[in-house]
Design a protein around this ligand. Structure first.
Ligand code: SF4
Length: 249
């Protein structure tokens, strides 16, 4: 491989930039906002604690798969003290249809105990405290801070990571890199809901294996060289109006 002048000089490679102008980014998010002004997450939960547990359970699993197991779990334990009382073995039994259930059961039990012991049974609205809980990483903390506490965080999941790189919107090698770039470029009024719009767009339209460009709201703006449509589709809400068979793809 030829050595570049920059490499010879010991300089770092330039950071990949977004391929979109400010006006194009604004147009993309404006269309998402018009199509679905109040996007919602699709994980079943009944309060902040069960949201936290559901997000922990959703790591490397589909929302639909998690939603099959959680109604019974949350009926029995919708608060940290009740989850502790349920015990790790019973939690494991209730979530055994979800991937990595043994580790997740342990984490759910331990994080519930920590919430009881150190946070008065409440879920903290603070990133550091959330990430100190067993099984809670940056992405889970971002989801909880966004949905439960209304903070403008961006939780980069597999769909957002793919979109950011495929479209050249916010190219990055790691979820954290993509998160930082998205946070820097998304216009402020759209930040709060941006991760939901991007997840829904990735899950139902800009799918991993075969993006449905003909159904895409932003196909005229998209700069992916392999896109198969150039005229934007009429705004149609994600979710019920969209095909859901590829959930988690
Ligand atoms: S045009 Fe196709 S590739 Fe581009 S964002 Fe839309 S679905 Fe994805």
């Amino acid at each position: 491989m030829p050595v570049t002048a920059a490499a010879k000089a010991g300089k770092k490679k330039p950071v990949a930039r977004s391929r979109y102008s400010k006006a194009e980014i604004e147009a993309i998010f404006r269309r998402f906002a018009e199509a679905e002004p109040e996007p919602k997450g699709e994980l079943y939960s009944v309060n902040t604690f069960t949201l936290l547990v559901a997000v922990v359970l959703s790591a490397q699993a589909t929302d639909a798969g998690v939603n099959k197991a959680t109604p019974e779990l949350f009926r029995l334990a919708d608060a940290p003290a009740k989850m502790v009382a349920l015990g790790e073995d019973r939690i494991r039994d209730l979530i055994k249809t979800i991937g990595l259930f043994k580790t997740k059961a342990k984490n759910v039990f331990l994080l519930s105990k920590m919430l009881v012991d150190e946070h008065g049974g409440e879920v903290p609205d603070d990133r550091e405290a959330l990430q100190a809980l067993p099984g809670v990483g940056r992405k889970t903390a971002n989801v909880v801070l966004n949905i439960a506490f209304g903070q403008p965080t961006i939780a980069v999941d597999t769909h957002i990571f793919r979109l950011a790189n495929r479209l050249g919107l916010a190219p990055g090698k790691t979820p954290e890199e993509v998160e930082k770039r998205l946070a820097a470029l998304i216009p402020e009024p759209y930040v709060r809901h941006s991760h939901h719009w991007l997840i829904l767009h990735g899950r139902y339209v800009c799918k991993a294996r075969k993006p449905e460009c003909e159904r895409c709201l932003i196909s005229d703006l998209c700069k992916w060289p392999d896109k198969t449509a150039v005229a934007p589709a009429m705004p149609v809400a994600f979710g019920a109006a969209a095909t859901r068979e590829s959930d988690g793809a």
